[in-house]
Design a protein around this ligand. Structure first.
Ligand code: C2E
Ligand code: MG
Ligand code: MG
Ligand code: MG
Length: 291
């Protein structure tokens, strides 16, 4: 592995075959340290009900607070974590940290569901349902608090195994969402036979929907498809009020995006929630026009 320079002065760890051993060892050590010393931090992005503007839950998104390089987004390190065979550790850290946060929120009277992303390797891990169950029990949390977001890539690895692991997870009461929907392969086949609760439409369809009739047609029919299958429809990447309104008109259930809030640390999310619902209760003004 080597740190590759980009035009912006940002360094990206790049997996390469011709690295010298010392550099590989250094980066590997850095990642191992990150996984054992609280350098991984979670930011949270609200999932907003498009009908009444309420915040239903949050998605936990991992960042690496690197001692020298600042806050790194997942694209800079997840590939390397996967290649080093450390994704299972990362997943456990994220699950524990997200559910610790969910416990604190519940203790403070905030009932927020928390969604955690699983990498493509996660669903071939037969221990996952038991680990998830143990982490929930340790905290005394009902399984409905947790949502797991998977991608089609994850299902492609070993569909039968993925399906049985998903079924075990759902049997415990954990919810499962299919993330980045529309960007993978064989989507319809997966929808036919996989136990799911939610579809998250990829932002590449959402952002252009007010300008491109074809994108809008795909969004509208996907919402219809999700609802016919009894699935909740969530749109990613809502950056403008126009897109928010268009999705609400089409009957999309929930949305996430910079129009409402970027992913932020837990304390900032709390401040944002308090500012929006100044009474402190669950009812509040519609999110329309807030950003
Ligand atoms: P994702 O799960 O599809 O998450 C959505 C990504 O879109 C996030 O990027 C989020 O910051 C970004 N986003 C949200 N709203 C908007 C918007 O309105 N406009 C635009 N342009 N982007 C928006 P982020 O945080 O960089 O995460 C990227 C990906 O990394 C995630 O995509 C997910 O696949 C992966 N990831 C993040 N956290 C974890 C984790 O804890 N474990 C695993 N295995 N993967 C993770
Ligand atoms: Mg996600
Ligand atoms: Mg996504
Ligand atoms: Mg994505």
């Amino acid at each position: 592995y080597r740190a590759k320079s980009t035009g912006t002065g940002v360094h990206v760890y790049d997996a390469v075959d011709d690295v010298d051993g010392a550099e590989r060892l250094r980066v590997t050590e850095e990642i191992r340290t990150a996984l054992t010393t609280d350098q991984l931090v979670l930011h949270y992005q609200p999932k907003v009900d498009l009908v009444d503007g309420r915040v239903r839950g949050v998605e936990a998104l991992v960042r690496w607070q690197h001692p020298d390089r600042g806050l790194l987004p997942p694209v800079e390190f997840l590939g390397l974590v996967e290649e080093l065979g450390l994704m299972r550790s990362l997943t456990d850290i994220v699950l524990r940290s997200a559910l610790d946060q969910a416990s604190r929120w519940r203790a403070a009277g905030r009932d927020l569901e928390v969604a955690v992303n699983l990498s493509a390797s996660g669903l071939v891990d037969v221990d996952l349902p038991d680990r998830v169950d143990a982490i929930l029990r340790e905290r005394g949390l009902p399984p409905q608090v947790l949502q797991l977001e998977i991608t089609e890539e994850f299902l492609m690895r070993d569909r039968e195994r993925a399906r049985s692991i998903l079924a075990r997870l759902r049997a415990t009461g954990v919810q499962v969402a299919l993330d980045d929907y529309g960007t993978g392969f064989s989507s319809l086949g997966y929808l036919r036979d996989l136990p799911l609760d939610e579809l998250k439409l990829d932002r590449s369809f959402v952002a252009p929907m007010v300008d491109e009739p074809r994108a809008a047609a795909i969004v509208a029919s996907t919402i219809g498809l999700a609802h016919s299958l009894g699935l909740r429809m969530v749109a990613e990447g809502i950056e403008t009020r126009e897109v928010f309104d268009a999705l609400a008109r089409l009957g999309c259930d929930q949305g996430q995006g910079y129009h409402m809030s970027r992913p932020v640390p837990a304390v900032e999310l709390e401040a944002w929630l308090d500012a929006r619902w100044s009474g402190g209760g669950v009812d509040g003004p519609r999110v329309l026009g807030v950003a």
